[in-house]
Design a binder for this molecule. Structure first.
Ligand SMILES: O=P(O)(O)OC[C@H]1O[C@](O)(CO)[C@@H](O)[C@@H]1O
Length: 548
């Protein structure tokens, strides 16, 4: 087990960062005619231009040395072979198996061929989706299903929601898919208002079938169904589940044949490729779901086999570490220039922050370096009129990933060219900035007086030299969306490997859950709260007073 700071490449990078501190990116372009070609790599339908980074070829060599020294090659082998790389839960990490079942026959994990289980589940999903789309599946009054409501939270919600939205142009007619996650009653109330209980099917997605929010919303959905003409005996016609806890799902009222399995070797935030993706398959059809899996599989194969220096997840992961640990970047922004991909930053935020928000090495020792950054972002061009000001002139360094398709699903006049121009101009502006002389000249050209020029110029200077990656694909399709998400999954793993942490557990979320239950009990009872801190006591009292 390593602390990354002890690796010789880490030490070389520390020195290299000092040596490079006066070099700006614009000069790197001037000095190197082939920089763009040399700093471009492609895989699985995506091309990554990483030339707009504070990096020379030597930087990249050192970063790749770091990834290698940190043990990425063994880590990749460990993941793909089903080794228990999630060491604190003693589990394999095999979301890659979920998208490999068409390409590989066998993957034995703890004596079981997991690919057979994956294939059987896909077959079951296929049959279920076909029954819904053909109208063969009937509700309790004999009507066909028109709406499917997916109830889940965290990894059992966000990935499928984001992918279903990203694949809007591929949606099949006939069935609308809705998502409910929040325990805030406003979420499910808003959805139920639009629905007819006779034609609605709920899919309860919960690996554990023990998550408070999901169970509360599932119970609310069942109450609504029962109070609108449904009966206990017909619950199974309107409720299905995705869970590894079959017993609890059956107790809820689900028919066993309508429960889709989940496995220990799939983490929540990596689970959209499993039956947790059922709402996606219902929305876009199984054919498109298979394409999504295949796109992700192509990225997996690239990650598994490509040389490290040409490996997209490795390059992006290493560059991220370069900024987090050697330039003190606290955050990383994702800006898709694609309306349908607008929620993707939220999924990658969950994926990365739940994975790499860790402060201990695999052996339990405390880390000595920063680990996962704050991931954030939103759709371009909207963000340009909001937070981009901070990207260009704020005091913090924020590396950005710009993500864009070359062709639109909805070409209207020059909209797509305008959208794409904005994407390129943002990365260009971040890099080149605006000099003092340019700012002065601009004001002079606009007829400003010397006094005005002196006053305004400092506010117009933009330092530039701010890094970004640009990821391009021909079109957002199920395959390219699958590959893109897999790319970020592996990037997260690469960074976790460099830091020597476990990217696949999430112990930190447990405390809040336990305390939440305790406080809930206090809110609904006359408990003695005097042992609690004064702030929590007062807030509990405020709630109780409002209910009285
Ligand atoms: O699928 P479940 O068991 O309902 O869990 C939902 C989510 O809760 C978490 O365990 C933590 O909040 C996530 O990792 C998971 O995706």
């Amino acid at each position: 087990m390593h602390s990354p700071t002890t690796l010789s490449a880490w030490q070389a990078l520390t020195q290299h960062q000092k040596d490079m501190s006066a070099t700006d990116m614009a000069s790197l372009f001037k000095d190197d005619a082939t920089r763009t070609q040399d700093f471009t790599a492609s895989a699985a339908g995506w091309t990554l231009d990483y030339s707009k980074n504070r990096a020379t070829k030597h930087t990249l060599t050192l970063l790749i040395d770091l990834v290698k020294e940190a043990g990425i090659e063994d880590a990749i082998k460990g993941m793909f072979s089903g080794a228990h790389i999630n060491n604190t839960e003693d589990r394999s990490v095999l979301h890659v198996a979920l998208r490999a079942s068409h390409a590989q026959d066998t993957l034995m994990v703890d004596g079981v061929n997991v690919l057979e289980e994956v294939r059987a589940t896909l077959k079951k999903m296929d049959a279920f989706v076909a029954q819904l789309h053909s109208g063969e599946w009937k509700g309790h009054t004999g009507k066909t299903i028109t709406d499917v409501v997916s109830i889940g939270i965290g990894g059992s919600y966000l990935g499928p929601k984001v992918v279903a939205e990203a694949l809007t142009p591929y949606k099949k007619d006939g069935i609308k898919v809705h998502f409910v996650a929040n325990i805030d009653g406003s979420d499910i109330t808003g959805k139920l208002k639009q629905l007819d209980p006779e034609t609605t099917l709920f899919v309860i997605s919960s690996k554990t079938f023990g998550t408070l929010e999901t169970l509360s919303n599932a119970n609310a959905a069942r109450d609504w169904f029962l109070s609108h003409g449904g009966s206990a005996a017909s619950v199974s016609k309107h409720f299905a589940a995705v869970s590894s806890n079959v017993k609890k799902a059956v107790e809820f009222g689900m028919a066993e044949e309508n429960i889709f399995p989940m496995w220990d070797w799939v983490g929540g935030r990596y689970s959209l490729w499993s039956a947790i993706g059922l709402p996606v398959a219902i929305a876009v059809g199984m054919d498109n779901f298979y394409e999504l899996l295949d796109g992700a599989h192509q990225m997996d194969e690239h990650f598994r086999t490509a040389p490290l220096a040409e490996n997209l997840p490795v390059i992006m992961g290493a560059l991220g570490v370069w900024y987090i640990n050697f330039h003190n970047a606290q955050t990383h922004a994702l800006i898709p220039y694609d309306h349908y991909l607008r929620a993707m930053p939220a999924h990658i935020q969950q994926l990365d922050m739940e994975s790499n928000g860790k402060a201990n090495l695999l052996n339990g020792d405390g880390v000595e370096t920063d680990t996962g950054p704050i991931i954030w972002g939103g759709a371009g061009t909207n963000g340009q009129h909001a937070y981009h000001q901070l990207l260009h002139q704020g005091t913090r360094l924020v590396p950005v990933d710009f993500i864009a398709p070359l062709a639109s699903h909805n070409p209207i006049k020059d909209h797509h060219a305008q959208l794409f121009a904005n994407c390129l101009s943002q990365s260009q502006a971040l890099m080149v900035g605006k000099t003092l002389e340019q700012a002065q000249q601009e004001l002079r050209d606009a007829g400003a007086t010397d006094e005005q020029i002196a006053k305004i110029t400092p506010h117009k200077v933009i330092k530039g030299n701010r890094p970004s990656n640009t990821l391009l694909t021909n079109k957002m399709t199920p395959a390219t969306v699958g590959a893109l998400i897999a790319l970020y999954e592996h990037r997260t793993f690469v960074q976790g490997t460099i830091w020597g942490i476990n990217s696949f557990d999430q112990w930190g979320v447990e405390l809040g859950k336990v305390l939440g239950t305790d406080i809930f009990n206090r809110l609904v009872s006359d408990s003695d709260n005097s042992a609690l801190d004064a702030s929590t006591q007062a807030l509990i009292e405020a709630f109780k007073k409002a209910q009285a």
